[in-house]
Ligand binder design. Structure first.
Ligand code: SF4
Length: 301
């Protein structure tokens, strides 16, 4: 529950600052409730690019706020907790990627958007879990370096004829999904469909009814006739689905919890709107090169 003083302050300042509040589906319930838009990385990137608001308050983690800054450079982008990072994004740095690119000169690089801006600047195209396969299929090379998530890279490599060279990084929350707990949940709800994220290990995909990004999970529930779903991604997604589909039942599976996604609080959002800090700014030289890769991601979806 958001306290009333914070809620009233956010409401007033949202208007005064001409701000839009974007929240990822993994954010805590009270943040999802106060946001103007809740969505996956691709949806929020599109919202950031299209917004007419002067200020974007990004309730997510740093790489997401950076992506908003890449797409909307004339806006003020705020990340209410500057320490909200992403261990997956920290798995890759630009010099190391350049060394790999030198080893495979014929390959183009497709980079999962969960990565730092300076690495995006080194890539041909970015992708999200929603469009990773489509982006890989679209790039004009038969050999593709896919970074930094090895599980998503493996997922793509099993569905394309292209040669995929996979970076050995992982989301430590999804990669550590508790498969025993997932099995237990399936026994508890044998009639439920199990939906898992492609950042989870391949063993989880084998148990699942569908392997989908968060946007894909929403579309799947919309179209499915099932009444119950086990959700094998970060637990914030369960709240998102319960809000969208109050007539269905959802339960988290796999004990997937991201501490970084839970750093943003209503008090921090309020403070950000009051001070217009902390800002996320991408240096222009990096932004221009990263923009090409991010723009290809939004075009190819
Ligand atoms: S869930 Fe994984 S990929 Fe997403 S922000 Fe957390 S650590 Fe990064």
């Amino acid at each position: 529950m958001i306290d009333e003083t914070a809620a009233a302050g956010i409401e007033r300042l949202r208007e005064e600052r001409d701000a839009v509040i974007l929240a990822h589906s993994y954010q805590p319930p009270e943040i999802q409730d106060l946001a103007d838009h809740v969505g996956d990385s691709l949806e929020l990137s599109r919202k950031a690019a299209a917004t007419s608001s002067s200020v974007i308050v990004f309730c997510g983690v740093r790489f997401m706020a950076e992506t908003a800054g890449i797409l909307a450079p004339d806006r003020t982008v705020l990340l209410p907790d500057p320490d909200a990072g992403c261990p997956l994004a920290d798995c890759i740095e630009a010099p190391a990627l350049r060394r790999m690119q030198e080893m495979y000169p014929d390959a183009l690089t497709v980079l999962y958007v969960n990565s730092p801006a300076e690495v995006k600047a080194e890539c041909y195209a970015c992708c999200t879990s929603a469009n990773a396969l489509r982006v890989v299929e679209s790039v004009p090379s038969e050999q593709v370096i896919f970074a930094p998530d090895r599980n998503l890279g493996t997922f793509v490599s099993r569905r394309t004829d292209k040669q995929i060279i996979i970076w050995n990084g992982a989301c430590r929350c999804h990669a550590a999904a508790d498969l025993e707990e997932m099995r237990y949940r399936k026994e508890q709800w044998p009639d439920a469909e199990l939906l898992v994220h492609p950042e989870t290990p391949p063993e989880a995909w084998e148990m699942a009814d569908a392997v989908l990004g968060t946007g894909g999970m929403i579309r799947h529930v919309e179209e499915s006739g099932a009444g119950r779903f086990l959700i094998g991604t970060e637990e914030g997604m369960v709240y998102r689905l319960k809000t969208l589909y109050p007539d269905r039942e959802f339960m988290a599976a796999g004990l997937i919890h991201c501490e970084d996604m839970k750093r943003i609080t209503p008090a921090k959002v309020l403070r950000s709107l009051q001070t217009l800090q902390p800002r996320v700014e991408v240096p222009p030289g990096i932004r221009e090169r990263a923009f090409r890769a991010v723009a290809r991601m939004t075009e190819m979806s």
